[in-house]
Design a protein around this ligand. Sequence first.
Ligand code: SAH
Ligand code: SF4
Ligand code: F3S
Length: 469
Amino acid sequence: MSRREEICVPGDEILRQREFMRLVREQSIGEIKKYNIQTFGCQMNENDSERLAGMLSEMGYVETENRDESDLIIYNTCCVRENAELKVYGHLGSLKKLKEKKPDMIIAVCGCMMQQPEVVEHIKSTYRHVDLIFGTHNLHKFPELVYNVLRGETPVVDVMDSAGFVVEGMPIRRSNGIKAWVTIMYGCNNFCSYCIVPYVRGRERSRSMEVIYDEVLSLAREGYSEITLLGQNVNSYGLDLPDKPSFADLLRKLDGIDGIKRIRFMTSHPKDLSDDLIDAMRDLKSVCPHLHLPLQAGSTKVLREMNRKYTKEQYIELAERIKSRIPGIALTTDIIVGFPGETEEDFLDTLDVVEKVRFDMAYTFLYSKRAGTPAARRTDQVPEETKKQRFDRLIELQNRISREINEALKGTVQEILVEGPSKTNASILSGRTSTNKIVNFRGSDDLTGKYVRVKISDVQTWSLEGVII
Ligand code: SAH
Ligand code: SF4
Ligand code: F3S
């Protein structure tokens, strides 16, 4: 048996699911069935939604942006923070009337929220118009589950509590024609004390280098020039594979694939970012000079309680080492404010790291209690008001730094990959630098997908403005 076969879902299972796709497609011959997928959460979920879209296309469904005219609606959910869950419940509530008008419409919910038994029970009892519930570990069974719903078996509920294998060989329909996501590993072993991801995504499972290489090769042939490799902690890529390739080995294998000009990745846990990876980032031509390195908190005491396994000083030293070895690299981060027991002094440590490291950008979050995680059981939760005040102070500092870093780019020439009309103003184009900064500029639509050189003429906190040269 080749290594690739060992880690895949047995071919029989893929064949079974392909058979269900065929059966569903045959049922809808002569009518156009439409689907709508609403995705919450991280890029991992976006990538899973692309797999669902791939399966739906094979089943004869076409995509619609209009939820109300669809025959099948899927909510691919996230539970990393409470507000992500509340949004999903809001949507499900609002679908009740629509389902009364269109009883044949299929409403499906999947993703991380469904890996929590109490959520599944709540949906079953409160949102009785939901037809299909499945989890993150059995996404590949979607065709069979849809087939069962169409046969009248509702609600269909199928959630596995742990993942058995890495699924390969199912179709995918990508949402973006210019940049592609490639999941290189699933799950997380780190159990940061605030985080629910390891409970809902299972333990780390890496895809083999060969399978990833083949996927990137075929993306290059399809015309993609930028890929983003995804994993909750890409630095532990390969540890579960037979010959233990490292993430740097994977980058070295992917660098130089004809047509792939930019390779990005996320996320890197600071605790095990190796010098080998820093060297690979510096030396490999296609690997972009941008690193997302979540800090989470600046206080060593809070970091210990978060189970992050690095200190304030170690983080700062690592960031300095990366910046000195890869000049011009952009560093971005995630920060949580108001972890249980966080004092004003602890919070000042966070501000101090932000001042010292000078991130290009930070995603900032208010700590959110997640049932089942150790931090949620603590009795020293920080009052909401304190959290919000700290959050505002952090944002003010980070905005100033982001703007200062951007100001220094004024007058420089940057190569950008044009992504299409800007999200905020359709009459201008938008693209990104290799450091992942958004640049808005005037130009004709046919530049979309191409690389152009622009001179930076003005800057904002979150984006740059430029003129084509
Ligand atoms: N594996 C990645 C991303 C995990 S989720 C990583 O380790 O960086 C994305 C971000 O959500 C985390 O980095 C963290 O900043 C935030 N997050 C996770 N759990 C949270 C919680 N309970 N409350 C607030 N933010 C949280
Ligand atoms: Fe969550 Fe930590 Fe794993 Fe990231 S590394 S997914 S924050 S447990
Ligand atoms: Fe959310 Fe699941 Fe991603 S909880 S952040 S969608 S892994």
